[in-house]
Design a protein around this ligand. Structure first.
Ligand code: NAD
Length: 488
């Protein structure tokens, strides 16, 4: 598995024009998983030109619904057939432990099939009600339709944490709507993306419809975002980069879709079942080493049950959670992606201590793991919402438990954040939880472990993003709305 993979530009496999490559390390072993091309501006410009040509002159934007659906099905079939290969790559490249494989491995296949269905069924055209209007020559009968055209050439910049999932969330609707695309994967997950490029080639798409350009630096991403031949940028990553993308895309007023970070809450309303609730609340200190955008890393518990709740969390994390190489199916908590990310997380942990939060468990590196970028699952308790660990996204296995007095205070704490991505509520009374959810300023609220609906919108309020993806919401994101009207 230490092969050097190639990029896909204009329907052909290629190396970087300089021949340069870079090694991609396995975060659990620090050994190279493989090598990826380290592209230049020129490689990126060539890919943009190919996507532009494929959009303006190629058959894809005018392909039938059925053609688009079949292409998506072929990619889904190829992913299904090569699923075990993809699984191994995800384990090695981003440290995906088995408990994450539902989202890492299975969901992308399911979603591709769903995009195929939407290519067939989405309302690209709607008839407007006939109206009698006052024209220059007197009253006239007007007919009209609303038509959705593909938005054009899309610059796709997915992140690394769930790389197949995030890339498919862009590829699926991009293909279903007839767009052409240049993918610039995260420098930390090029291999899974180039694997997906192979699946796209198996689907026999016209040249230039899907291009993948990999590299270590941000310069190729900046080229993609600022190039006037690109109509839309779809980015999943941090708020800081999202801001730069808005600035850079202003020159030609590109459409911008941003899925950014979060500092989500989990609100626990009842005080019984503390053991079960504490286990759920520990999830973000364990699941994919806390490297998820919408994880409930601020745990809000009734003040009266705070201590017992924390005790159960510590018991679960110390007693039940296995830490190690995710290639072992028994591993629950794998490494974080890079040493610099581990240092940044440790810096947050140090700030939690110095600002007076109580470290209930973890906070260090597991003593028995000398290789790989591991961290212990970490819980701070008696946290105040104005402390850095409660305000900033840590993107590591660190959870803050914050006590609250009543529901109004829980809502105030939940909404006192610059982020607005996800939220979770746990309650015996679902109606009470739904009423509470409507007061939370986030794009999604999961009640009692509700799961994202395939046709539901996903995205953020406030600094967590602009736009929504999922089902028809993505179809709308990747289309431009056109009114066509005529006098009857
Ligand atoms: P990041 O912002 O560091 O993104 C890095 C990517 O942006 C790289 O591909 C890089 O080449 C590119 N980039 C850097 N500078 C750029 C520029 N000036 N213009 C354009 N592109 C540029 O984020 P990350 O580390 O990849 O991802 C972690 C973040 O992603 C977290 O904040 C997490 O919450 C968020 N995330 C959000 C979602 C969601 O759906 N909302 C999903 C997963 C992750």
């Amino acid at each position: 598995m230490t092969a050097t993979m190639r990029m896909l530009i204009d329907g052909a496999w290629c190396e970087a024009s300089t021949g340069a490559t870079y090694a991609v390390p396995n975060p659990a072993t620090e050994e190279p998983v493989g090598h990826a091309p380290d592209a230049t501006f020129d490689d990126m410009r060539r890919a943009i030109a190919a996507a532009r040509r494929a959009f303006d002159e190629g058959p894809w934007p005018r392909a039938t619904r059925e053609d688009r659906a079949r292409a998506l099905q072929r990619i889904a079939d190829a992913m299904e057939r090569r699923k075990e290969e993809m699984r191994q790559l995800l384990i090695a490249e981003v440290g995906a432990s088995f408990i994450t494989h539902g989202m890492q491995v299975e969901a992308p296949i399911e979603h591709l099939r769903h995009w195929a269905e939407l290519a067939r069924t989405f309302a690209f055209e709607e008839t407007l009600p006939v109206r009698v209007s006052q024209g220059a020559m007197g009253p006239q009968v007007n007919c009209g339709i609303v038509y959705r055209q593909p938005v054009g050439v899309c610059g796709m910049i997915p992140t690394w944490n769930f790389p197949a999932y995030v890339t498919v969330q862009k590829l699926g609707p991009g293909l279903a709507t007839g767009c052409t695309m240049v993918f610039k994967p995260s420098p930390w997950s090029p291999l899974v993306n180039l694997f997906i490029a192979e699946l796209c080639q198996e689907a026999d798409l016209p040249p230039g419809v899907v291009n993948f350009v990999t590299g270590q630096g941000s310069d190729i991403a900046e080229t993609l975002v600022s190039d006037a031949r690109v109509d839309k940028v779809s980015f999943t990553g941090s708020v800081a980069t999202g801001r730069k993308i808005i600035q850079a895309s202003a020159a030609n007023l590109k459409r911008v879709f941003l899925e950014l970070g979060g500092k989500s809450v989990g609100i626990y309303l009842d005080t019984d079942e503390p053991q079960m609730n504490a286990m759920i609340a520990s999830g973000p200190a364990m699941f994919h080493a806390g490297q998820g955008c919408a994880m409930a890393t601020r745990v809000l518990v009734p003040a009266a049950s705070h201590d017992v709740f924390v005790e159960h969390m510590v018991g679960f994390l110390k007693g039940m959670v296995t830490i190690g190489d995710p290639s072992d199916p028994a591993t629950m908590l794998g490494p974080v992606i890079r040493p610099e990310r581990r240092r940044a997380i440790e810096e947050h942990i140090a700030s939690g201590k110095s600002e007076g939060a109580t470290l209930a468990t973890g906070g260090g590196r597991p003593a028995n793991l000398t290789r790989g970028w591991f961290l212990e699952p970490t819980v701070f308790c008696n946290v105040r919402n104005d402390q850095r660990i409660a305000r900033e996204e840590i993107f590591g296995p660190v959870v803050s438990v914050i006590p609250y007095r009543d529901e109004d205070e829980a809502v105030r704490i939940a909404n006192d954040s610059t982020y607005g991505l996800g939220g979770a509520i746990y309650a015996r009374d679902t109606s009470r939880a739904i009423a509470l959810a409507k007061r939370i300023r986030t794009g999604v609220v999961w009640i009692n472990n509700g799961i994202n609906m395939l046709d539901g919108p996903f995205g953020g309020f406030k600094e967590s993003g602009i736009g929504r993806e999922g089902g028809r919401w993505s179809m709308e994101e990747y289309t431009e709305v056109q009114q066509i009207t005529w006098r009857a």
